[in-house]
Design a protein around this ligand. Structure first.
Ligand code: HEC
Length: 74
């Protein structure tokens, strides 16, 4: 998962355990809505360092990333 590790890992940690951004581990995502997480990936979080990825990712790719995060990175 090059994209996750390189582009997201710079802030969320190489193993998604967190850094500048919060951890994106299966446990920490429990209880959060898939739609909401995909929307955050596409639009970013205004006023926070989380950037929008809408210009690089299609909506179905954001959904796919949420699925990968839910499984946890192997
Ligand atoms: C420049 C740093 C940075 C990069 C790069 C980045 N993020 Fe984030 N991300 C953040 C920060 C900071 C937050 C927390 C925003 C807040 O306080 O609500 C966040 C929040 C999130 C959330 C919401 C987490 C939650 O528990 O609500 C998701 C999902 C997420 N990022 C996924 C990604 C993905 C996938 C990528 C790569 C395509 C990525 N991020 C790249 C900084 C980053």
């Amino acid at each position: 998962m090059t994209l996750l590790k390189h582009d997201c890992g710079s802030c969320h940690g190489l193993t998604m355990k967190g850094g500048l951004g919060p951890p994106l581990l299966p446990d920490t995502l429990t209880g959060k809505d898939d739609q909401e997480l995909a929307r955050i990936i596409l639009d970013g979080v205004p006023g926070k360092p989380m950037p929008p990825w809408r210009f690089e990712l299609q909506p179905d790719e954001a959904d796919w990333l949420v699925d990968r995060l839910r499984e946890g990175l192997k």
